[in-house]
Design a protein around this ligand. Structure first.
Ligand code: FUB
Length: 516
């Protein structure tokens, strides 16, 4: 009965499909990201080639700049026949979860994928929130069908999602990020998963009915989320967002960043072998791959925070050529160097921190923080942990320091530091702090006018001009209830007297202090 009502409603919706939703807007892109002006953010790209056109299905981030949440209400499409020329057509608002699935809640239009089924119709695999569920995690994967990528999309399985915490068998994972391959023989394979849990299953040719039980894949090093299943020259490839974090990780320096890694398998259901990193972490904390061959050239679509006003929850789709190394077996994906549209050269400035290599007393810094955030030029109202250095350290010592090392001596006279605090996380600004410079030993800078400890704004300290190769900020932890509070710094600028152009240092720089 419920299914019959859903079908009737879907037919009604299809009849009432707004003509505007199918009309594309031409976009001339200057390079990555494709939509760059911040009017439409685009995320979780899923490319597909249909009728000699390269389409990219994308979500749409709509979070305000200071909100750390995936506010995603609809899917959109980008289309081109000339990716190298940047000639795109943008189809905004192609579909919404509640517009397709009667059983879905509005919002959370996460990473979907369109594939052509064995019946030549188009199928959209869409992670959405199931309404009226008692599942602990309500994410579920629905399937919709259409004859054109712009829709109208109609629920292909009105009885409900094909994957959730209830189906095809009870589970406790978050069921998002579906990827589907229709193999050359017409057999259909679905993978999905996040938070390190990857599942795969074969589907019947009807594109919705599970065949057998899901498999759990554990062989793909650092798998975090965003699987992308594809096939080339008889080999199956699975690209994914990985985050096996650590200072020496080939993937990510911190927990919150993600690289794109991949594995290969001789059959669509494995066994999978990890093969390495395709794309280093991008400017957004999440990374999400979609790869496709178009007119003989392979492309990787991904997202970044590089659009105007962009951020981790205001992401924008980019696309670059993906190249193969066919001299090895199985053929390898060459590491991709992401491109960006030409950017204006920043004017010379007095901050020479970006020309230094940062160091800290608590190295290796815990993987949720990132030492290199200190001099990356970014401060945010609501930063995530990798956007700061944190003093967290075993035993919570009362004193910690951060240091800049320049390759050659520099003349400096001012510091601007941005502290971060989070009462719930036990992070407080330091009780006191001072700046020291290296002159055969560490010496306090002279005539420092003030050492502010307020959070959320730059604290400026002017001091007597000096020349050194190493400068450090030494912090005395605030004590609350008998314990030393951890502290965090988003950005630390060090200013010279005259505007200058800085070049980031290449490689490591020797410490001034022989004790490191
Ligand atoms: O866009 C929401 C989530 O962020 C996706 O499901 C993940 O793959 C990540 O990109």
């Amino acid at each position: 009965m419920r299914a019959a009502r859903s079908v009737a409603l879907a037919a009604l919706l299809a009849a009432a499909w707004p003509a505007a939703a199918q009309q594309g807007v031409p976009v001339q892109s200057a390079g990555n990201p494709i939509l760059a002006d911040g009017r439409f953010y685009s995320t979780d790209p899923a490319p597909v080639v249909l009728d000699d056109t390269l389409y990219i299905l994308a979500g749409r981030d709509e979070a305000p700049p200071d909100v750390n949440d995936f506010i995603m209400n609809e899917w959109q499409l980008l289309a081109t026949r000339a990716p190298a020329a940047g000639a795109w057509t943008h189809y905004p608002a192609v579909a919404t979860p509640e517009g397709i699935f009667q059983w879905a809640e509005p919002g959370r239009a996460y990473a979907g994928q369109i594939v052509k089924g064995p019946d030549n119709r188009l199928y959209l695999y869409a992670p959405v929130l199931e309404a009226n569920t008692d599942a602990k995690d309500g994410f579920a994967i629905g399937v919709a069908v259409a004859d054109h990528p712009t829709g109208p999309w109609v629920d292909a399985h009105p009885a409900g999602p094909i994957v959730s915490q209830r189906v095809p068998e009870p589970n406790t994972i978050q069921n998002i990020d579906p990827t589907v391959l229709v193999d050359d023989d017409g057999r259909v394979y679905l993978y999905w998963g996040t938070f390190g849990k990857l599942r795969g299953i074969e589907l019947e040719r009807d594109m919705v009915t599970p065949k057998g039980r899901p498999i759990a894949v554990t062989a793909l090093t650092g798998f975090f989320e965003a699987p992308w299943l594809m096939k080339r020259k008889g080999i199956y490839y699975l690209l994914y967002a990985g985050n096996n974090a650590g200072p020496d990780s080939p993937c990510t320096p911190t927990l919150y960043h993600a690289c794109i890694a991949y594995g290969t398998a001789p059959t669509p259901l494995g066994p999978w072998t990890y093969r390495g990193t395709v794309l280093k972490p991008v400017s957004s904390t999440t990374s999400h791959p979609g790869a496709v061959e178009y007119r003989g050239q392979w492309y990787l679509a991904y997202h970044t925070a590089d659009g105007a006003g962009g951020g981790h929850f205001r992401r924008s789709v980019a696309i670059d050529r993906l190249e193969w190394d066919d001299s090895v077996s199985p053929p390898a994906i060459r590491p991709l160097v992401p491109t960006r549209s030409p950017q204006p050269v920043p004017p010379p400035g007095r901050n020479i921190a970006p020309a230094a290599v940062p160091a800290a007393s608590n190295e290796p810094v815990p993987v949720r923080y990132w030492l290199r955030a200190l001099n990356d030029g970014a401060t945010r109202a609501s930063p995530l942990p990798p956007e700061m250095w944190g003093s967290a350290s075993p035993g919570s010592p009362p004193q910690q320091w951060i240091e800049y090392r320049w390759p050659d001596p520099v003349t400096v006279e001012e510091s601007r530091i941005w502290f971060f605090a989070d009462r719930q996380a036990g992070i407080a600004p330091p009780a006191t702090w001072r700046i020291e410079y290296w002159d055969g030993s560490w010496k306090p800078v002279r005539r420092a006018d003030r050492y502010g400890t307020a959070v959320g704004a730059f604290q400026r300290t002017r001091f007597a001009r000096l020349r050194t190769r190493c400068l450090r900020a030494v912090f005395q932890a605030a004590r609350v209830d008998g314990t030393n509070r951890a502290m965090a710094v988003q950005e630390w600028e060090v200013l010279t007297s005259r505007p200058t152009r800085v070049t980031p240092p290449a490689g490591t720089i020797a410490p001034c202090d022989p004790r490191g």
